[in-house]
Write a protein that binds this ligand. Structure first.
Ligand SMILES: Nc1ncnc2c1ncn2[C@@H]1O[C@H](COP(=O)(O)OP(=O)(O)OP(=O)(O)O)[C@@H](O)[C@H]1O
Ligand SMILES: [Mg+2]
Length: 343
């Protein structure tokens, strides 16, 4: 089980042209990933998804908040003490092409981590070979055909299956899939997504599913929570179906409507930057981060920062559907042509 409380991460960069800049990649992210459960994160490019995934696998540090893995708060531990908690959290990256060493066969790519693991399990060479074959079968590949091959002799989908098999060599309890199908041919995506679902069901592995595509989040994490991130901040969260079927935050509504240029139907209002406009990370606002692009923003949105609160009461209990918007409500957003926006 993973519990994240108020995780923040700020980067200081210094570019030749841009000068010194501070990027707040994560601004206080909270979530709980139960054993065998799923949590999905969705948001546009640069919102902090990969940063979060890396923090959860120990590949990146965080500068505020708490990360509790199996009941142990990790920020109080020294790096070498943390390693054992991160070992069973494995990340599957976006790019199966660069994830595998092109000069090694699949047998050797899977053999290395199995040999490392054998220091604990005591598995001999034959047991390790059997385990490699077993893992390839588990991810839907034919071991005899695949083991002697090099990565370039496999398709993108097959490579991503090998990447998943390699992640399974350490018997992970958590898989973090970061845009795991976005670089794979569309025809093979569903197969990889069903594999991830299957691994949860068969091995009880929990899943952090990171995507910019709502349909895949719904397919893989339909029984878990969906968190919508905007510029490092979760602006809406709740059960996946509830957020997808009845979103109340304008950013979620814009994301879900899948049309690139948005305008609110009820409130045409003054022209605003469309959500497709480039983000200016330096823009500091006391108000809602989405306000400059929001078709529904009012004066309050520019002045005060909304925090996550439950959406009304459900039968006397606080709802698990949370939002950070002063004006949460069901709305329709529509796509309009650029230039026709003020019509
Ligand atoms: N090592 C780094 N140094 C400086 N800035 C960074 C670093 N890593 C990420 N950032 C910045 O932090 C922000 C979040 O980046 P991140 O890669 O987490 O976004 P993302 O949601 O995964 O985007 P994408 O969908 O494009 O993969 C971005 O503004 C990015 O430029
Ligand atoms: Mg990313």
């Amino acid at each position: 089980m993973i519990e994240a409380r108020g995780i923040t991460r700020t980067y200081q960069t210094h570019g030749a042209f841009t000068g010194a800049r501070t990027v707040q990649a994560l601004r206080g992210v909270d979530f709980t990933l139960p054993d065998g459960g799923a949590v999905s994160f969705i948001g546009e490019s640069g919102c902090g998804k990969t940063t979060l995934g890396k923090i959860l696998t120990g590949l990146e540090t965080f500068d505020g908040g708490e990360l509790v893995v199996d009941g142990v708060e990790l920020s109080g531990l020294k790096p070498h003490q943390r390693a054992k908690y991160f070992r069973r959290i494995q990340m599957i990256h976006q790019d199966p092409y660069s994830a595998l060493n092109p000069t090694r066969t699949i047998a050797s790519i899977l053999g290395d981590p199995l040999r490392m693991r054998a220091k604990e399990t005591g598995a001999d060479a034959e047991t390790r070979r059997d385990r490699a074959a077993e893992l390839l079968t588990l991810v839907g590949l034919e071991p005899d055909a695949v083991l002697p091959k090099y990565p370039h002799q496999l398709s993108g989908g097959q490579r991503q299956r090998v990447v998943i098999a390699r992640a399974l060599t350490v018997d992970p309890t958590v898989l973090i899939a970061d845009e795991a199908v976005s670089m794979i041919d569309v025809s093979m995506r569903l197969g990889i997504l069903s594999l991830l679902r299957d691994l949860r069901a068969r091995l009880g592995i929990s899943l952090v599913f990171i995507t910019h595509d709502v349909a895949t989040a719904r397919y893989v994490g339909d029984d878990g929570e969906l968190h919508v991130i905007y510029r490092g901040e979760v602006v809406e969260r709740g059960l996946t179906d509830e957020v997808i079927l009845a979103p109340v935050h304008p950013y979620t509504q814009c994301l879900l409507s899948a049309v690139p240029i948005m305008r609110g139907l009820e409130e045409p209002g003054p022209d605003r930057t469309s959500p497709t406009a480039a983000l200016d990370e330096r823009a500091v606002t006391p108000g809602c981060l989405f306000q400059p692009r929001c078709p529904f923003a009012q004066d309050q949105c520019a002045e005060q920062h909304p925090v996550l609160v439950p959406l009304g009461d459900v039968a006397g209990e606080a709802s698990e559907h949370l939002h950070a918007c002063f004006y949460p409500e069901a709305r329709r957003v529509v796509g309009v042509e650029v230039g026709a926006a003020s019509a």
